[in-house]
Design a protein around this ligand. Structure first.
Ligand code: NAP
Ligand code: MG
Length: 508
C-alpha cells in the first residue's frame, strides 16, 4: 500500500455543546423512553480523523429489536391512538416542526456529523443538515394530500347493478428502516420524512459507524412532540440488530439503504412473513463528457466533484468517467489538477475540503482497490494510496489505462477513486455505460440537445444529470434500475411505498 505524507493532521476539539452531547450516556429510544440495551452492552464510536474512540453507543440486539417492534405495534394497532387519529393537518405541522428544529440545531448537528463520519463540517452545514430539514418540510406538505380516487366501474357480470367505488391510501404499518453511514442524518430524513407523512411507525437502525446524529434526531423528534413509540431508534450491529429487524414477523415493511450485497440478504430475511421491501443500493455510475460540452472547464469541475464529493462515498458517485477522444487529455489533466488541489484534513478543521474515509474497514477496502487497479495494469495519474499514518485519509485518485474486466471498473469502490477512459462513438459509449449490474445514476455533458435526450433515454439509470451532477432535491425521485434498488426515495413517488391503496366498493 502506498502512503503519501507523514505529516499528522491537527487535532481539533469539538465545541462544548457537542462535548456535552458526547458526555451523555447513549441509549436506545423505545416507546418514547431512552433505555439501555437489554444485554447491557455498548460499542465504540470512532472519530475517523484520528481513529480514536469518542463515544460508546448502546448495542441493541434481538431482544431490543423485539421490544421496539412491540412498542411500534402498540401504537399502530390501536386505531384510537393519538398518532392514528391525528388529523393530516396536525401531522403535517408536526413534521414541519421537525424540519424547523433541525435548522435550529444546524451547527450542532453538522459538527456531530463531521466528527462521526469524517466529512467537512462546512459540507454538513451546507448540504447534509439543510437537506435533511428540507426533506421534512417537503414531506410535511404531503400529509394533507394523500388522496384516493372515485372510480366509475362497469361490473359486466352484474348488469343493472349500481356501485360507488373509491380508493383510499392507508399507512403500511410498522416499518424497519436500516440506513448507511455516508449521509447519516440525511438518510434518516429520507426514511422518516415519508414514513411520518403517511402515518406509519418506525424502528430506525443507524449504521454502527455513525449512530450519533440519529440519536440527536431522536431527541428532536421528542422535542417536536411526536407521540411515544411512533419512531423507535435502535443502534447496534447489522448482523444482529439489523438482521433481527429485517426478519421480524411483526414488521410490515423493511426500507433498506446500503450495499447491493446486503440488499440480497435483506430480501431473504424478509421472505419469512413476505414483508414489503424497498431498497436503495449501490452504483457504478458513468459520467460521459462529449467534446461539444458547453463549457469544458465546468465539465471538468463537475466530473471531479461527481467523484470526490463526500470522498466518493456517494451511492451515485460518477466513478466511471468516459470522455470523447478529442477532449480526453484536457479532461484527464484537469481532473488530476483538481484532485491535487483538494485540501485534506479533519472534518472539523477550517478549510478542509476532504476528510477521512469513515472507518478502518473502508480505508482497507479503498486502498485494496487502488492496489488491485495497479496490479491489474491501471495507470495511477494521481493519488493511489493512504495519506498519513493516523486516521483514515486517502488521496483523491485518478486511474487510466483500465479495461472493462478490471475490478476497479466493475465494482463499487465507494471512495474517491475514478477510472477514466476515452470513446469515439455515441452508440458504443451508451452500451459501455449500461454494461454494469448497477443503474443508479449517470451524467452527460453536451450542448447538443437531441443527443442529450437520446443518451438520457437510453441510459439504464434512475437519475440522469445533463450538464450537472449530484443534483438531488426533496421533490425529485431518486432510486435505481437493475441491482441498484427497488423503489424510489423522495418526491411524491416515495409515498406510494409507504401506503397501501385500498379499493372500497359500495353496492347501492
Ligand atoms: P452496508 O454495509 O450495506 O450497511 C447498510 C446498513 O445495513 C447498516 O446499517 C448496516 O449495519 C446494516 N446491516 C449490515 N448487515 C446487515 C444484515 N445482515 N441485516 C440487516 N442489516 C444489516 O452499507 P454501508 O457500507 O453502510 O453503505 C454503503 C453502501 O450503501 C454503498 O453500497 C452505497 O452505494 C449504498 N448507498 C445507497 C444509497 C442509495 O440511495 N441508493 C444511498 C447511500 C448509500 P452496520 O453498519 O451497523 O453493520
Ligand atoms: Mg464514527
Amino acid at each position: 500500500m502506498v502512503t503519501t505524507s507523514t505529516v499528522p493532521f491537527p487535532d481539533v476539539s469539538p465545541s462544548p455543546r457537542v462535548e456535552g452531547f458526547l458526555s451523555r450516556t447513549k441509549k436506545l429510544l423505545i416507546g418514547g423512553r431512552w433505555v439501555d440495551a437489554a444485554g447491557g452492552k455498548a460499542f465504540p464510536v470512532y472519530n475517523p480523523a484520528t481513529g480514536q474512540i469518542i463515544d460508546m453507543a448502546a448495542e441493541g440486539d434481538v431482544a431490543d429489536i423485539d421490544h421496539a417492534v412491540r412498542a411500534a405495534r402498540k401504537v399502530f394497532d390501536n386505531p384510537r391512538h393519538p398518532w392514528r387519529t391525528m388529523s393530516p393537518s396536525e401531522r403535517g405541522r408536526l413534521i414541519w416542526r421537525i424540519g424547523d428544529l433541525i435548522l435550529e440545531h444546524k451547527d450542532e448537528l453538522a459538527e456531530l456529523e463531521s466528527l462521526d463520519n469524517g466529512k467537512p463540517v462546512e459540507v454538513a452545514k451546507a448540504a447534509d443538515v439543510p437537506l435533511s430539514a428540507d426533506l421534512f418540510h417537503y414531506m410535511a406538505g404531503w400529509a394533507t394530500k394523500l388522496e384516493g380516487n372515485t372510480i366509475p366501474i362497469s361490473v359486466l357480470y352484474a348488469p343493472g347493478a349500481q356501485f360507488h367505488a373509491f380508493t383510499t391510501r392507508e399507512p403500511i404499518g410498522v416499518v424497519g428502516q436500516i440506513i448507511p453511514w455516508n449521509f447519516p442524518l440525511l438518510m434518516a430524513a429520507w426514511k422518516l420524512g415519508p414514513l411520518l407523512a403517511t402515518g406509519n411507525c418506525a424502528i430506525l437502525k443507524p449504521a454502527e459507524q455513525t449512530p450519533l446524529t440519529a440519536l440527536r434526531l431522536g431527541e428532536i423528534l421528542q422535542e417536536a412532540g411526536l407521540p411515544e413509540g411512533v419512531v423507535n431508534i435502535v443502534t447496534g450491529y447489522g448482523e444482529t440488530a439489523g438482521a433481527a429487524l429485517a426478519a421480524h414477523e411483526g414488521v410490515d415493511k423493511v426500507a433498506f439503504t446500503g450495499s447491493t450485497e446486503l440488499g440480497r440478504l435483506i430480501v431473504k430475511a424478509a421472505a419469512g412473513n413476505l414483508k414489503k421491501v424497498t431498497r436503495e443500493l449501490g452504483g457504478k455510475s458513468p459520467n460521459i463528457i462529449f467534446k461539444d460540452t458547453p463549457d469544458l472547464q465546468q465539465a471538468i469541475a463537475g466530473a471531479a466533484s461527481a467523484i470526490f464529493f463526500n470522498h466518493g462515498q456517494c451511492c451515485c458517485a460518477g466513478s466511471r468517467l468516459y470522455v470523447e477522444k478529442a477532449v480526453y487529455e484536457d479532461v484527464v489533466q484537469g481532473i488530476t489538477a483538481a484532485a491535487r488541489d483538494i485540501k485534506l484534513g479533519p472534518g472539523l478543521a477550517a478549510g478542509t475540503q476532504m476528510g477521512p474515509l469513515v472507518s478502518q474497514e473502508q480505508l482497507d477496502r479503498v486502498t485494496g482497490f487502488m492496489d488491485a487497479g495497479r496490479r491489474e495494469g491501471a495507470c495511477v495519474l494521481t493519488g493511489g494510496g493512504r495519506v498519513g499514518e493516523r486516521g483514515y485519509f486517502v488521496a483523491p485518485t485518478l486511474l487510466t489505462g483500465t479495461g472493462p474486466q478490471m475490478s476497479v471498473v466493475k465494482e463499487e469502490i465507494f471512495g474517491p477513486v475514478v477510472v477514466a477512459d476515452s470513446f469515439e462513438d455515441t452508440t458504443e459509449i451508451i452500451a459501455r455505460s449500461n454494461d454494469t449490474p448497477y443503474g443508479l445514476a449517470a451524467g452527460v455533458w453536451t450542448r447538443d440537445i437531441a443527443k442529450a435526450h437520446r443518451v438520457a433515454e437510453e441510459l439504464r439509470a434512475g437519475t440522469v444529470w445533463v450538464n450537472c451532477y449530484n443534483i438531488v432535491d426533496s421533490a425529485l425521485p431518486f432510486g435505481g434500475y437493475k441491482q441498484s434498488g427497488w423503489g424510489r426515495e423522495m418526491g411524491h413517488e416515495v409515498l406510494s411505498q409507504y401506503t397501501h391503496t385500498k379499493a372500497v366498493c359500495i353496492g347501492l
